[in-house]
Design a protein around this ligand. Structure first.
Ligand SMILES: *Cc1c(COP(=O)(O)O)cnc(C)c1O
Length: 409
C-alpha cells in the first residue's frame, strides 16, 4: 500500500464523516481497491444488524471458537500485588489461542455472503494467518497467506499449522522480509485478483476495515461488561489491553467508551526502551501520516518512509496504529503507555507463577501495566485486563530470552 507522510489522494469525505474518527482513518487506496472497499462497506452495512447473519456469527463464536470466554478473578495475583482486584478476560481460551478468530469469523461470513471463493491475508507472527486458514478450511475457500521470510523462519510451527489446514504460505523476501513487506505483498496479490476477499487482521487499514474489526471484536467487552456486573455489581475502574494495530484493545474498550468512570489504558511495546530505536511505541513517538491506506499515528524515518519497528512480541511490532486509537489518544478518552521487553517477560512469568496461566508475550505487555498500577489503587477498585492470547507459541523464545537475561528468571 502507499506509505507516505502526506496523502497522495484526497478522499471524497471530509474529517468527521463516515470512515473517520475525528481526523483519523479514511481510505487512501488506488481506484480499483476503492471499488472493492465500497462493495465491502455495502455488504457490511446490509448484514451487521441482520438477525440471520448475527445468529450464524454467534453460533460460530459459541460452538467453533468456544465463547463466551470467562472473566476470571485472579485472586492470587491480586493478593501478590496488594491493591486493586484484578480480573482477566480470557481471550487466550478461544480456539487457536487468541482473540483473532472473533474478527476472522465475521469477515469470512461476509466473504461468503459476497460469493467469494478465495481469501488473502497478511500475517506477522502467524496468529492471524492461522485463524484465517482455519476459517477458510471450514468454508471451503482457497487461502493465500503472505508472511515475511524472516517471520516464516521464526514462526515455523505456525507456518506448518496453516499448511496443515490447506493454506498456501508465501514467504516474502523483499525489504526486511517482515510484516511490513508481507502487507505490501498481500495487497499486491489483491490487486492481481480483485475477486479475492482480503481478510484484515487488526483494527487498521482503509475504511471500512477499522469499523468492521471493531464490530467483530466488541464481543469481548459485551461479555466482560455483563460478567463484571454479575460478579461485582458495578463497572471496573480500569480496562487495560495491549496495542499492536489495536484490535483486542478496541474490542476490550468498546462497551465502556461512554462510561466516563472507566479508565481505558492501551499498552504499546517499548521494546529495548524509548531512548533506543528498537521499540514500537507508535503513540508515544509517532507522528500523523498515511500508512497502509489510513491516516493515523505512525513511526516514520527522517526521509518519510515508514520506520522499522521492534518488539520481543511479533504481534506488537507494527509501525502504525488503528485510527480509532489515534482519535482516543487526541480526545483523551484513552491513555496510552508502554512496556519494555523486560517488563513483559517479568509479567509473563508472574502470571504463570501466581495463577498457572501462561499469557502470550503480547498480552504480557498489558499485564506489565497491571503490575505498575494495581498496587497504587485501593482494594475495592477493579481492573479488567484483556489476556489477548495464550503463551504456548512463546515458550521457546522466552527460554532463549531468559538464557540471555538470567537475572529475570
Ligand atoms: C495479534 C495479536 C495482538 C496484537 O494485535 P491487536 O490488533 O493490537 O490486538 C495481541 N495479542 C495477541 C495474542 C495477538 O495474537
Amino acid at each position: 500500500m502507499t506509505n507516505q507522510t502526506t496523502p497522495e489522494t484526497t478522499p471524497e469525505t471530509t474529517p468527521e464523516t463516515i470512515g473517520y474518527f475525528g481526523q483519523f482513518g479514511g481510505s487512501f487506496v488506488p481506484e480499483p481497491i476503492q471499488k472493492l472497499l465500497d462493495e465491502l462497506e455495502e455488504t457490511f452495512n446490509r448484514y451487521k444488524d441482520d438477525p440471520e447473519f448475527l445468529a450464524e456469527y454467534h453460533a460460530y463464536l459459541k460452538d467453533y471458537a468456544g465463547r463466551e470466554t470467562p472473566l476470571y478473578y485472579a485472586e492470587s495475583l491480586t493478593n501478590y500485588l496488594g491493591g486493586a482486584k484484578i480480573y482477566l478476560k480470557r481471550e487466550d481460551l478461544n480456539h487457536l489461542g487468541s482473540h483473532k478468530l472473533n474478527n476472522v469469523l465475521g469477515q469470512i461470513l461476509l466473504a461468503k455472503r459476497m460469493g467469494k471463493t478465495r481469501v488473502i491475508a497478511e500475517t506477522g507472527a502467524g496468529q492471524h494467518g492461522v485463524a484465517t486458514a482455519a476459517a477458510a478450511a471450514r468454508f471451503g475457500m482457497k487461502c493465500d497467506i503472505y508472511m515475511g521470510a524472516v517471520d516464516v523462519e521464526r514462526q515455523k510451527l505456525n507456518v506448518f499449522r496453516m499448511e496443515m489446514m490447506g493454506a498456501t504460505v508465501h514467504a516474502v523476501e523483499t525489504g526486511t522480509a517482515t510484516l511490513k513487506n508481507a502487507v505490501d505483498a498481500a495487497f499486491g496479490a489483491w490487486m492481481n485478483d480483485l475477486d479475492a476477499f482480503y481478510v484484515l487482521g487488526s483494527a487498521v487499514g482503509p475504511h471500512p476495515y477499522p469499523t468492521i474489526v471493531h464490530e467483530f471484536q466488541k464481543v469481548i467487552s459485551v461479555e466482560s461488561r455483563r460478567q463484571i456486573l454479575e460478579k461485582e455489581g458495578r463497572l471496573p475502574d480500569a480496562v487495560i489491553a495491549c496495542v499492536g494495530g489495536g484490535s483486542n484493545a478496541i474490542g476490550a474498550f468498546s462497551q465502556y467508551v461512554d462510561d466516563e468512570s472507566v479508565k481505558l489504558i492501551g499498552v504499546e511495546a517499548t521494546g529495548k526502551g524509548l531512548d533506543t530505536h528498537q521499540h514500537a511505541a507508535t503513540m508515544e513517538k509517532g507522528r500523523i501520516g498515511v500508512v497502509d491506506g489510513m491516516k493515523t499515528y505512525s513511526l516514520f524515518n527522517e526521509d518519510g518512509s515508514v520506520a522499522e519497528v521492534y518488539s520481543i512480541s511479533a504481534g506488537l511490532d507494527y509501525p502504525g496504529v488503528g485510527p480509532e486509537h489515534a482519535f482516543f489518544k487526541d480526545s483523551g478518552r484513552a491513555e496510552y503507555t508502554g512496556a519494555t521487553d523486560d517488563e513483559a517477560v517479568k509479567a509473563l512469568l508472574l502470571l504463570s507463577k501466581t495463577e498457572g496461566i501462561i499469557p502470550a508475550i503480547e498480552s504480557s505487555h498489558a499485564l506489565a501495566e497491571v503490575i505498575k498500577r494495581a498496587p497504587t489503587m485501593r482494594k475495592d477498585q477493579i481492573i479488567i485486563v484483556n489476556v489477548s492470547g495464550r503463551g504456548d507459541k512463546d515458550v521457546a523464545s522466552i527460554k532463549d530470552y531468559l538464557q540471555e537475561h538470567p537475572e529475570l528468571a
